[in-house]
Ligand binder design. Structure first.
Ligand code: UD1
Ligand code: MG
Length: 471
């Protein structure tokens, strides 16, 4: 096991083919910038330091790095700018002054986001601060890649870039993936000996291989057979392909665990989704942030759920939108939510709560058995057990400057189309007549009506239409 590892992440390139104003490495895969996936994986080898080489869109990339501090296991995270970009060797040269000059230096690519932690660990181990280790693969089509040139004895002699390769070399099927681990005490020396005398006029990092061979340093090729982990992203199409590959893997892991997915190809997990036993998820659902589903939870088709905990036996009907953001959403056991419900930050629903279509709940607690089944708003409210909250009723929680709370006692019945003007306290067991606008506290147990009294006018004649009406 290697002791000291430093990581360099190459992320200065422009990514012209993305046709975007955003730096390539900030494009999102499974809801997170590609670069963050690479940093997470780098962190698994517990490096002493991680240095990101930035260039195009450096400010934006640095801002993301700033926000992702501390990386938890990723060691000190810093960045260095490369301007202009004169090749991958030149990029690592910029990071060299920040390296310790010992241990193993792992070079990763910011646009190769799905490199596996086990592979990175294997490279660091094989390097052991003494060997130059290249991650290689044999793709279906090697066009464009650096080829691994081996001697008659099979030992790696060097890497030749596609543009510099002879016809014979272009026939080599083993390619360099762009990922390597190098001995820290040798790297700076090799980098200083690079030249840009090649087809692209760049300083190629890959040229250090021949220098290592010349210096008698052992060069090891570690081959991966997984095209996904070494896939680079150069275009929106490649990004979309990698997204599907990643989502497929996440879906397979859930199926493996016993989660029933109606269609593994129609699921998107953009954060962490933890599931209990006997969970069913219908098609088209998107989960992001941290979502925890208890045992026997059923999620209907086309739900979007973020930052929420949903307890055992609860059913979320189709087209429900739940986003807890920072405050989170909690749904108790055996609840029924949706279809077309919206739960916002700070919604805390107890067991057996029912929230129906076009009901919005924000920063409110609903105790066991409370129900709001149709077309309603509950904001900044505390709702007691078994409350029935009528169709079309709302809490008027905002006076234009401040938010106020509405407290609704247990067993209250709020009729349809009521406006509850907060701050307000509605006593236990009270009934609010439909169509009421309630502006003062309501005593327990009675009936409160606050609307115009009905008049019935006999023999009323409706206005009659005339021939040229509307002229
Ligand atoms: C590189 C390798 C090639 C390998 C291929 C795998 C070299 C010379 N060639 O080629 O052998 O098969 O990757 O995908 O290394 N970058 C910088 N600064 C620069 C240039 C590049 O930071 O000046 C970054 C890019 O943002 C990218 C990475 O380095 O993340 C690789 O650069 P790229 O231009 O894609 O290299 P390739 O020509 O594809
Ligand atoms: Mg490339």
């Amino acid at each position: 096991m290697t002791t000291n590892v430093d990581v360099v992440v190459l992320a200065a390139g422009k990514g012209t083919r993305m046709r975007s104003r955003q730096p390539k490495v900030l494009h999102r895969l499974a809801g997170r910038p590609m670069l963050c996936h690479v940093l997470d994986t780098a962190a698994t080898v517990r490096p002493r330091r991680t240095i990101v080489v930035t260039g195009h869109g450096a400010e934006a990339v640095e801002a993301v790095l700033q926000a992702s501090q501390p990386t938890g296991g990723g060691g000190a995270l810093s960045s260095v700018r490369q301007s202009p970009q004169r090749g991958t060797g030149h990029a690592v040269q910029q990071a060299a002054p920040l390296l310790a000059g010992d241990g193993s230096v792992l070079v990763l690519n910011g646009d190769v986001p799905l490199i596996a932690p086990a592979t990175v660990a294997a490279l660091a181990d094989a390097c052991g601060a003494a060997r130059l280790v290249l991650l290689t693969t044999v793709p279906d089509d090697a066009t464009g890649y650096g080829r691994i040139v081996r001697g008659a004895d099979g030992a790696v002699r060097g890497i030749v870039e596609h543009k510099d390769a002879t016809e014979a070399e272009r026939g080599i099927r083993e390619i360099y993936t762009g990922i390597m681990a190098a001995p820290g005490d040798r790297l700076a020396g090799w980098l200083s000996r690079l030249s840009c005398d090649n087809a692209q006029g760049e300083y190629y990092l890959t040229d250090i291989v021949a220098l290592a061979v010349a210096d008698g340093v052992e060069v090891v090729a570690v081959e991966t057979r997984d095209p996904v982990e070494v896939a680079g992203v150069n275009s929106p199409a490649q990004l979309a392909e990698l997204e599907r590959a990643l989502q497929r893997r996440r879906a397979e892991a859930l199926l493996e665990q016993g989660v029933r997915l109606a269609d593994p190809a129609r699921l998107d997990v953009r954060g962490t989704l933890e599931c209990g036993s006997d969970v069913d998820i219908d098609v088209g659902c998107v989960f992001s942030g941290t979502v925890r589903l208890g045992d026997d939870v059923r999620i209907g088709a086309y739900c979007v759920i973020a930052n929420a905990r949903i307890a055992d036996g609860t059913v979320i009907h189709p087209f429900t939108h739940i986003d807890g953001e920072a405050a989170g959403v909690e749904v108790g056991a055996e609840a029924r939510i949706g279809p077309f419900a919206r739960l916002r930050p700070g919604a805390r629903l107890g067991a057996e709560v029912h929230i129906g279509n076009f009901v919005e709940v924000k920063n409110s607690t609903l105790a066991q058995g409370a129900k709001a089944n149709h077309l309603a708003y509950l904001g900044d409210a505390d709702v007691g057990e078994r409350v029935n909250y009528g169709a079309g009723s709302i809490t008027a929680n905002y006076d234009g400057a401040r938010k106020h709370r509405t407290v609704i006692g247990a067993d209250v019945h709020v009729g349809s189309n009521c406006v509850l003007v907060a701050p307000l306290d509605i006593g236990t067991g009270a009934t609010i007549a439909g169509g009421s606008t309630i502006t003062t506290d309501v005593p327990a147990g009675g009936l409160s009506v606050s609307r115009g009294r009905q008049r019935d006018i006999a023999g009323w004649k409706r206005p009659a239409k005339t021939g040229n009406a509307g002229a």
